[in-house]
Design a protein around this ligand. Structure first.
Ligand code: PEP
Ligand code: MN
Length: 465
């Protein structure tokens, strides 16, 4: 259950504006009476209130104006004029906040984006699953290893991954650590992107440490060579654009932990509207999108662009009810459906949803998450995904949209910039019995750098046809 209280209201008035205090009171009153799935059982509510009070005094991580810009870009996606690339870890970790880790992830995203932009001939909207992706929904509240059963790991924002009783106790101080970890990640991301790292003249540099011998690496080099030529041509005829020097990269995460998200929801001074300033884009997961639940109520009250995951059991009426709740004004760019059907189901499950939306005049972005419907357990016990099934779901997504005459708006991928062995297959194939060599995820298996780039090339072919 979600029940933050304003125990330190008197001290808060120093740091929290009246408008923000009113908004917080409204939100907690509205959400407090609703069922909230997937919330931790905090052992010490007073410490939760203290953490929430501290978060409420912190500056925003993102600005409302940036969220509005992203909404405009997503409106272009929904009109078929842009493509969304959203990717990053399943679960970020506090230990993962290092320069190498963040840079490698960004490199992978930038490389994928170049491949997709070149193929699609349209803008690629870049959104990281980063700087806030610290809370995880779980299918079971406990985890059993051998004869030991402990509370499940719910993400670094709640408890520790280590399989010990002490680590698994929810610790409210982690709420504040998650804020700082997000701030550090976002700061580094903004510095990389704004400081020349994302300059298109660097396309080769993003690849230098990469296995040039791998087919995907070599294919990328050829594309980078063509881009170089195009850039030289543009320079020769004196075309310069700031768009060559930098990119816009937005942050996103699942809005799961309501204490954290409400504490970081603020009134925008320009418009008086509430924004969740913990990230530019937030989504509601498959396990928390109950129509009468606190998560949808929360999302309906913020102005950020919103995603909602839709799985294979979603009915056309469910879809419309989600749209009515989250986007009653039918505002361009507001709503993104992230479909996660499974390779074997997408060709049957997606068409009725698109048909209903089209018949109702609903304009939303359709984005394919080919990861979450394709997870299985390898004989070794590792949670994994087959690259071929991931690709097959993406192919099914494109086929369905082609048949329906709608725009396959983008990709939502779990990836890392490192050479991990978490998903099987790919052009440099990883076998089920090789998973343990570099299996580092604390939650779902991610595509490694080679697999991510291969996926981008395969999607590029689909975009070109
Ligand atoms: C996720 O994106 O990590 C996730 C849990 O997805 P879903 O809600 O679609 O299961
Ligand atoms: Mn996941």
């Amino acid at each position: 259950m979600f029940r933050p209280r304003d125990r330190r209201g008197h001290t808060l008035s120093r740091v929290t504006s009246h408008a923000d205090s009113e908004l917080f009171a409204d939100l907690t009153a509205a959400l407090g009476s609703l069922p909230a799935a997937q919330q931790p059982d905090w052992p010490n509510p007073v410490a939760v209130d203290e953490a929430v009070a501290e978060l409420r005094s912190m500056p925003p991580l993102v600005f409302a104006g940036e969220c509005d810009q992203l909404r405009e870009h997503l409106a272009a996606v929904s009109r078929g004029e842009a493509f969304l690339l959203q990717g990053g870890d399943c679960a970020e970790t506090f230990d993962g906040v290092t320069a190498d880790n963040v840079r490698n992830k960004l490199k992978t995203l930038l490389q994928m984006a170049v491949v997709l932009t070149y193929a699609a001939g349209m803008p690629v909207v870049k959104v990281g699953r980063l700087a806030g992706q610290y809370a995880k929904p779980r299918s079971k509240p406990t985890e059993t290893r051998g004869d030991v059963t402990l509370p499940a790991f719910r993400g670094d924002i709640v408890n520790g991954f280590e399989f010990t009783e002490a680590a698994r106790v929810p610790d409210p101080r982690r709420l504040v650590r998650a804020y700082h970890a997000s701030a550090a990640t976002l700061n580094l991301t903004r510095a990389f992107v704004g400081g020349g790292f994302a300059d298109l003249h660097q396309v080769h540099a993003w690849n230098t440490d990469f296995v040039r011998t791998s087919p995907a690496g070599q294919r990328y080099e050829r594309l980078a060579g063509r881009l170089d030529q195009a850039l030289r041509f543009m320079r020769a005829i004196d075309i310069e654009s700031e768009n060559l020097r930098t990119v816009e990269l937005y942050s996103s995460h699942e809005a799961l932990l309501l204490e954290y998200e409400t504490a970081l929801t603020r009134v925008d001074a320009r418009t008086g509207a509430p924004y969740d300033v913990s990230g530019h884009f937030v989504w509601i997961g498959e396990r928390t999108r109950q129509l009468d639940g606190a998560h949808l109520e929360f999302a309906s009250r913020i102005r950020n662009p919103i995603g909602v995951k839709v799985g294979p059991t979603t009915s056309p009426d469910d879809l419309m009810a989600l749209a009515d709740k989250l986007d009653p004004e039918r505002e361009p760019g507001r709503l993104t459906f992230v479909t996660r059907m499974g390779a074997g189901k997408i060709r049957d499950a997606l068409p009725p949803l698109i048909q209903k939306a089209t018949a109702s005049g609903l304009v939303a972005s359709w984005v394919c998450d080919p990861m979450h419907g394709n997870t299985y357990e390898a004989p070794s016990g590792h949670k994994t995904r087959k690259f071929d099934e991931v690709m097959d779901e993406v192919r099914g997504f494109f086929e369905v949209h082609a048949a329906q005459g709608t725009h396959p708006g983008g990709l939502h991928i779990e990836l890392t910039g490192d050479d991990v062995t978490e998903c099987v297959g790919g052009g440099d194939p990883i076998a089920e019995d090789g998973l343990s060599s570099r299996y580092e995820t604390v939650c779902d298996p991610r595509l490694n750098r080679t697999q991510s780039l291969e996926l981008a090339f395969l999607v590029a072919e689909l975009l070109e046809t």
